[in-house]
Design a protein around this ligand. Sequence first.
Ligand SMILES: C[S@@+](CC[C@H](N)C(=O)[O-])C[C@H]1O[C@@H](n2cnc3c(N)ncnc32)[C@H](O)[C@@H]1O
Length: 268
Amino acid sequence: MIRLTDPEFNDIVDFVKNNYGINLAKKRQLIESRMQSVLTEKGFTNFTDYFELIKQHNSTEITAMLNKLTTNHTYFLREPAHFDFLKNTILPAQEKTNRQKDIRIWSAGCSSGEEAYTTIMVMMDYFGLQKSSWDYRILATDISLKAMDAAKNGLYSAESLKNVPQAWGKKYFTSKPNDLFELNKEVREQVTFRPLNLMENFTFKQPFDLIFCRNVMIYFDQPTKNALINKFYDVLKPGGYLFIGHSETVQRDSSQFLYIEPSVYQKG
Ligand SMILES: C[S@@+](CC[C@H](N)C(=O)[O-])C[C@H]1O[C@@H](n2cnc3c(N)ncnc32)[C@H](O)[C@@H]1O
């Protein structure tokens, strides 16, 4: 077994925290055990040489490592209360007030795309025959290129569809061999996937109506979460919403967001 020394551990914890926000300080054993096969495959005999490769900012290598140490797991209609809120509160309000009929949404930390695609299906159902008169675009971003490649392919397992109602199964998916389901092109075309590290400065030309950043900040420490939440605030329209994961919170004294209901916040 290749051992992880104290300086190597401290070095990679600092690098990942400073560049990706992810706090690996309590993951020493996990790093040592999960990265063994990667080191062996690549012919490394110590962690220092492998970390040198990582520190060259090779995003494929970094995200392969982070994928082993964190989770990309997601599925359609995860945390459905958010999609009820979208359908019952946000979209009716948009219909009343949004004369341009354009809605901009960001799925930040989209993984394999289920969150963004669920949002599109909710909106397609909601607008029905009117959908062509609305311009709703979703930007979906992640650091994991592999997860986003899977998203663009649009092929999903039955496990990923476990919450999908039968009507959606019929309307939006085509059954494929090996128990896979292909998401229809009509839904896929409405989402733009782009690599984006949430630690970087945001340079969007237009603000968003709604941002999803769910189950992403679980690995970030509190100052990193607070700073990111403030950056989300800055790129939302007044009245826009932020959805975070149900196990996550926005600290009230460190942000200007209004609390609406658990894991739903609004820019005043
Ligand atoms: C568990 S998935 C969440 C997927 C989806 N939002 C959900 O709630 O099901 C977490 C995602 O956050 C991404 N992530 C972690 N740190 C990131 C960062 N600094 N910038 C962008 N994405 C990041 C990971 O690559 C992973 O795909």
